[in-house]
Design a protein around this ligand. Structure first.
Ligand SMILES: Cc1cc2nc3c(=O)[nH]c(=O)nc-3n(C[C@H](O)[C@H](O)[C@H](O)COP(=O)(O)OP(=O)(O)OC[C@H]3O[C@@H](n4cnc5c(N)ncnc54)[C@H](O)[C@@H]3O)c2cc1C
Length: 302
């Protein structure tokens, strides 16, 4: 084990590799056992070296941002977890922002609104990275990431850099074509086009206030667990609430009393607790309303 770690460390040109890194430290839900390898990359070279090493060793890998939409397993991950810390921000012309994919999405949302541009106001409340938000097409308050995307730079599994224009990409509700892109290793940078606006700051403050009142932001969660279903006027939170599940608990996992689509780790929740609570909510909503709920959070098998 030690020699394998040293090998990976030598081949990564300064990026960090550590053994026994707990995935609970890498996710906002604070759930997950150890991964076999952990690397934090802060530029293209480190990312390319990590990918090369994983390819040479035929090792599974996953690229993550802030882990704010991931449910890791208590058994951990039998491969390499690559945490993306490619953090930079360029302002190329007014309203045109090129951000490293590890740049905090909430910081970008606040900065662009402060600088008088509209399009990413909603991002201020989303605790992920630019790469994670683009991969998930994160959204809120009637806005989504795709609306502001001009182009996306990726690195392929073979370590090549490719740029896609917006018109070459597909986006939908919490979906992007990156989720089906076999050659994708990681999104490395995203360029956003934003519009000049005078109301963006005020709108942003209103969104944030509304969220503070309606969501348990101070608790340990991964945001909304389920997508809002099609074919009903009720959103996932309303269905779970009407099924009488607010406050329902499995071990350390609890359905928030404040917002029924937020499942909270109240301390010591295991992945098994969270998965059982998710199944319980799905079954209750199906039984009572005939509506099938689908997860927005991504379970990462060991
Ligand atoms: C309190 C709270 C509130 C939230 N509110 C919202 C909300 O309003 N709207 C919303 O849409 N989401 C929300 N979320 C969920 C989450 O923040 C978003 O989905 C976010 O975009 C995930 O970004 P991340 O960097 O944490 O991605 P991660 O959770 O680290 O990863 C998510 C997926 O993206 C992939 N990925 C991440 N980075 C890259 C990359 N650079 N290249 C390729 N693939 C990558 C990962 O492999 C994984 O499959 C919330 C979460 C929390 C905890």
């Amino acid at each position: 084990m030690l020699s394998a770690l040293l090998n990976i460390d030598c081949s990564l040109n300064g990026s960090r590799a550590q053994g026994e890194k707990l995935l609970s430290d890498l996710s906002t839900w604070r759930i997950g056992g150890p991964c076999k390898y952990f690397v934090q990359v802060s530029d293209h070279h480190q990312l390319a070296s990590s990918l090369r090493h994983c390819n040479e060793q035929s090792m599974r890998y996953i690229v993550i941002g802030k882990g704010s939409n991931c449910l890791f397993d208590d058994l951990g991950f039998d491969g390499c977890v690559i945490r993306n810390s490619i953090v930079f921000l360029e302002r190329n012309e007014p309203g045109l922002y090129r951000a490293g994919s590890g740049y905090p999405f909430n910081r970008l949302g606040l900065q662009t609104a402060n600088e008088g541009f509209s399009g990413l106001e909603f991002a201020a409340a989303i605790p992920g990275t630019v790469g994670g938000a683009t991969y998930m097409n994160a959204g809120a308050n009637g806005q989504e990431t795709a609306d502001a995307v001009e182009s996306v730079e990726i690195m392929t599994r073979e370590g090549e850099c490719v740029i896609f224009k917006r018109s070459e990409l597909g986006f939908g509700y919490r979906w992007s074509s990156f989720q089906d892109m076999k050659e994708l290793a990681a999104i490395t940078a995203v360029t956003f086009t934003l519009k000049v606006s005078e109301s963006e700051k005020k709108n942003q403050q209103e969104y944030m206030e509304r969220r503070r009142c309606s969501q348990p932001l101070e608790e340990t969660s991964a945001g909304s667990v389920f997508r809002n279903p099609e074919g009903t006027d009720l959103c996932a939170a309303q269905l779970i609430e009407r099924a009488g599940l607010k406050g329902c608990r499995v071990g350390g996992a609890v359905i928030s009393e404040k917002h029924a689509n937020f499942f909270i780790n109240r301390g010591g929740a295991t992945s098994g607790d969270m998965l059982r609570l998710i199944d319980l909510a799905k079954e209750a909503v199906w039984r009572q309303f005939g509506v099938e709920l689908h997860e927005e959070v991504l379970y990462i098998p060991p």
